[in-house]
Design a protein around this ligand. Sequence first.
Ligand code: NAD
Ligand code: UGA
Length: 463
Amino acid sequence: MKITNICCIGAGYVGGPTMAIIAQKCPNIKVMVVDLNQERIALWNDADVTKIPIYEPGLSDVVAEARGRNLFFSTEVDRAIEDAQLIFISVNTPTKTYGLGKGMAADLKYIELCARQIARVATSDKIVVEKSTLPVRTAEVLKNILEHTGSGVKFQILSNPEFLAEGTAVQDLLQPDRVLIGGDTTPEGEKAIQALVDVYANWVPNDRILTTNVWSSELSKLTANAFLAQRVSSINAMSELCEKTGADVNEVARAIGMDSRIGSKFLKSSVGFGGSCFQKDILNLVYIAKSYGLNEVADYWEQVIIMNDHQKRRFANTIVQTLYNTVSDKKITFFGWAFKKDTNDTRESAAIYVADYLLNEQSKIAVYDPQVKESQIQKDLNYLETRSLEANKKGVTCFEDPYLACQEAHAIAVLTEWDAFKSLDWQRIYDSMKKPAFIFDGRNLLDEKKMRDIGFVYQAIGK
Ligand code: NAD
Ligand code: UGA
């Protein structure tokens, strides 16, 4: 089957960039991205392409090229489903906040709603593709819902997890390490797999397109995120030991990373990993393991999260201890709020938890982040429900100018590794701060010698 009409349900961090690249690379395929969120769709359609709702280097150019040609954004979900031969489901799958599995399991209500909507609307055969990250065996649930419509319409379900990282999404999509497609081993299943392979083959070399059974594909996605997060927690565990022993975590990372069996990537010690997925996916893995009675497996992976929580707390606690055991009414400036550089995404960012800890100690926080808006920062803090909206407003002030953010501050905490922070006028910043002027570098970003030469009391993770 040749695919000429694709629909993607969910215009978020995955659906938006992924479909933009498919549309760019496959001009003969019509790609319709739909979402219930009208505001988000309006931004995707904004005449000023720099206003698209997701900040990713290079993305606005891709959207500018394909939008209106074969890439469209709409809130008309039913119509898009009806028209499409192949439907990607890219909706969110957050950790459950209620009921059985609360705080652990993935909440599949949005996925199920999509399946029910597809079942209700479709009048012709469809390939339904799981793009969202899902617990292993979710395809079974989708199949159950889709096969009981009584309409005679046939569905094939594929798993095609997304491995892009935010901040490098365009590059990751253009040159993926691999594209993974899981499907049934029946003749119909194989035909569906081939149809999706043919879409990717427009720009991805064949040897990078991997096909497996559905369950392997679903579980590979959770496994990849668990392994990546585990590396960060492993180096962060060593960072604490480095601080006690006089070893330098950067030197240790370099030394072990040169072992080709270990590899050099993902060994950057930090204030802790954030983002919408690592924690959610590991908790989900832990939940799945427990549900099969595999308690040792569950405990093993849970430790990755425990270590990460410890790292965030430890960083905040070091600030308090170093500032003479009190930060009450002291201004502390956060450089960065996003969970990593080159994104405006703040979900599960370490900055949120460090801020919460310091606000409990009655600190006054100033934030400068080149891409995150004040309203988002307040939303992130209010979501924790630690204190009133007014208290969060009073405790945190946002600045659009990094120099103003630092005036009269007792300390700076680097929470996000934005490149631009390195080239600021640090002498000017030092001059405007209270003395002694402290820097707590949660990203090992700044030049230690330079900062010390200026006069800062400089502390970095793992040194
Ligand atoms: P997101 O919250 O940015 O986007 C999801 C979108 O789906 C939202 O805009 C929401 O309004 C929409 N939506 C929900 N239910 C809908 C429905 N019934 N009909 C229409 N629209 C609906 O989420 P995201 O970051 O894009 O993540 C989506 C999935 O992809 C998750 O499972 C996530 O784990 C996975 N994933 C995310 C990333 C990432 O970098 N963010 C990377 C790989 C995989
Ligand atoms: C991660 C994976 O890298 C993607 O492959 C996956 O598709 C995605 O999750 C997902 O499923 O959502 P992402 O969370 O966007 O991507 O970003 P990462 O680059 O993985 O960073 C995650 C967090 O770990 C960030 O807070 C980052 O600062 C931190 N990190 C990363 C470190 O602290 N040290 C490192 O060495 C690497």
